[in-house]
Write a new protein. Sequence first.
Length: 677
Amino acid sequence: MDHKELITPLCSSQKLERDNGIVKLDKFLTTCDISDRLTLENILIEFLNNSCNSWETKQGCLTGAKALIPFIDKENEQEHRFSLEIRSIARKCLTDVEVRVRTEAGAVLGSLCQKFGNEVYRDEKDYVIQLIQNNLERQSMDDEGSYHEHAETERLIEKLSQRRNSSEVIQNSRENSGWKNLETSLVCLQSMILGCGDNFYTFIDNDLVSLIFQTLIHNNRFVQETGFYLCSSLFRCASSKASEESECDSSESPVLTFGRKISEHLALGLADNWSQVKLAASHATRYFLASLPNAKIREVFYPELLPRICLNRYYIAEGVRIYSQETWRQVTGEFGKELVEKYIDKFVQYYEEGTASDNQAVREAACSCIAELATKVDAHIVQPHVPALLAVLLTCFHDSNWPVRDAACLACGNFISAFPAESQPSMDALFPLFFSNLGDNIASVRQGAASSLKNVVKAYPDTALQPIIKRINTNLKDICNQSSAGPSDIKEMPVHCGGSKRRRDDSDEDHLNSDKWHYLCGSFVQRLGRRGSQIGPLHKQESQPWEHADGSVILLGELSEISSIADQILQALPNVAEACKFQHYAQHVVFLETVCRNLPIFAKNLGIKRFKSAFDLFIDPIFTALTCENALASSTASQCLNQLGSMMGSNILRSRVMNHNPRYIDSLDANIFIAPL
């Protein structure tokens, strides 16, 4: 066959064709003889030596070489010469202007290390490390890649300088210049380390570790991320040397030699605001702990690392959260609770620091972890820290971000349940906050407040029940004051792009550029202060009467679980039914949905005999929701009828509906034969 036909797809401008070309080449290499390989090698070298070729050609040929290297016969002189030539070309391509070429060149060197062992790394390490060092120090602008990148940056700066308020963007652009070369050089070093495998262990020295540490504190997050993945590669090599059976002296283990410093950098990475850096540090931390010889040595680093791993189990970024949960399981095994109790002071200290973070995702996760202390750790261990933890939770209760307020609310409820005596002094401050969350604009926040107030009633039945029942009835009756127009102060927050964004950025009008939502790129975290009172107006829409009533219905559902107050709950149900009659506002279908969702809960918790006495009051609201155009409300009403029918008996339900309003029978019969949404 024509060997150039194998190379041509690899050099295509379309990625799909390049991917198909790789598959075809891999299949060919498994069956070809040495003459075919030599022909391919000559074609690849010929293409790569042509300086006029496009970046797609360079990348494609390097990809082909990477696929071919594992099949090289080390004893064949021609193939050995090819390995030397491709190594030289890959070295030159590490400074290519195109990032994909640089990345593929690093992968080729890694493949050579895997095939020929440590000698490739020994020959190339000085150049690669010097390349990294030069980029770190910002002193090398002589190579082609840096020259072109610098030229592109200067053109961008010249364009930005013509716009208003662009000084910060210009500064960021200058700071970013040259970092792409640094990142790909680090990826190259990582590929070589992985290629050497276990044999790389002997190359870990002070110079290499110091160089890597510089990347971990770099002011570019992509460099930091790559630096932590580079650490992961080092620790993977070291982990194969770890042995549970023997104590390892620090002088014999490079990882232990630099263990304390490594742990400090990992702790900083695990607490970083950027999700990508946090995830990379999580990878490095898992491999670092796995590389240590035994549990006794690992425990030296637990006080610094475990609290951060534990908090990241609740982090908003799914990748970080899931990876940290698995890391916690692997590291602690069945002794997670015991380790938290052993280092409780360190955990509490870090959680308190987390609640003061400028990152709302960290504050939210810290509140969730504090809540966990109240429910999963022995009470006598946590008890000395309760006042301090409640104090930071009260601060988070005033947070400008609703997920933080919600997490703080749930945590306070857990502490009230677990430590009623210690929490009593804080109740005067907590009651207004619970009721505020009970009427929040966010449904999940209302649910969280209801759950916490249930814990309050359980903890203080004599003093808390009557004020809460009174507040519930007041909220339900106040729905008559709900405005039909809805809130008038809602601010539209459109997505600006293109020309409209430029007009906003260049505008002299302050109101266009102030009091807006901001997001951290890549982590979707709102850049807001910790307390609304310190950053101007709280970014929270004023609660509406229907929202307070909605939260009160949810709270009644939660309180119905307490059998001793069943009579008080039953007495409040007529007020719920009366509130359902007000349908002059647009959100009344949401309120009806909440009522329909909680009616089966009332029936189950109060007992079907008690609930039957109040059921007729809710027939009209149920069928109003069932026949409305709102899909969620209609589906919830359908499920409500099905559940009540199974508890009361379908015939009894039918007769009660027939006696109340015969026109509802058709809808009731139709509901039996349709599946709820």
